[in-house]
Design a protein around this ligand. Structure first.
Ligand code: PNS
Length: 163
């Protein structure tokens, strides 16, 4: 039986912390589907299509078992549409735990047959967030170690255009 997992998130944009979790999840599962949430309540820097393109470029080196797709609505419905039995999430620090626990319990209540699997973020990226990477990029700071090259290029372009 093939083990399929979804890795949902806003990914606005994907950071190296996310990419590290995706890389490790791709080696744990037969198939990994990175799900980019289209959240109408947030006003993202990048459109879902732009985020999908950035992530697709970043995961290209992983060996072919990673798919990237956008989704609306519930993560458990996204998991169902891909016949996934697992939801992958990264944990950077204890401060992430409470919200992640709440989400995992909510998802389990909605669909008990889908389990959430947590991977600890690499120590090097424990401080990193999408918001932080955006802020550094906005003010011209060095972002190469924080985000994949596809994202670094897109951030530079976006903030150069708004100057
Ligand atoms: O990258 P983020 O913003 O921390 O990701 C949060 C995400 C997308 C995983 C979460 O907001 C989510 O699952 N949203 C979809 C709506 C949903 O399923 N809600 C119920 C479970 S919390």
């Amino acid at each position: 039986m093939s083990r399929v997992a979804v890795f949902p998130g806003s990914f606005d944009p994907m950071t190296n912390a996310h990419l590290d979790v995706a890389r490790r999840a791709a080696s744990l599962f037969d198939q990994l589907v990175v799900g980019v949430l289209n959240n109408p309540r947030k006003s993202p820097l990048f459109s879902v299509e732009e985020r999908i393109a950035q992530i697709t470029a970043a995961v290209a080196e992983f060996g072919g078992n990673v798919e990237v797709a956008g989704f609306d609505g519930l993560t458990v419905d996204f998991a169902r549409s891909h016949e996934a039995g697992f939801i992958v999430r990264g944990l950077r620090a204890v401060s992430d735990f409470e919200a992640e626990l709440q989400m995992a319990h909510t998802n389990r209540k909605l669909r008990p047959e889908v389990d959430t699997v947590f991977l600890m973020s690499a120590l090097d990226y424990g401080y990193l967030s999408s918001s932080l990477a955006k802020e550094v990029a906005q003010f011209g700071g060095e972002i190469d170690g924080m985000v994949p090259p596809s994202v670094a290029d897109a951030l530079r372009l976006r903030f150069a255009a708004s100057k």
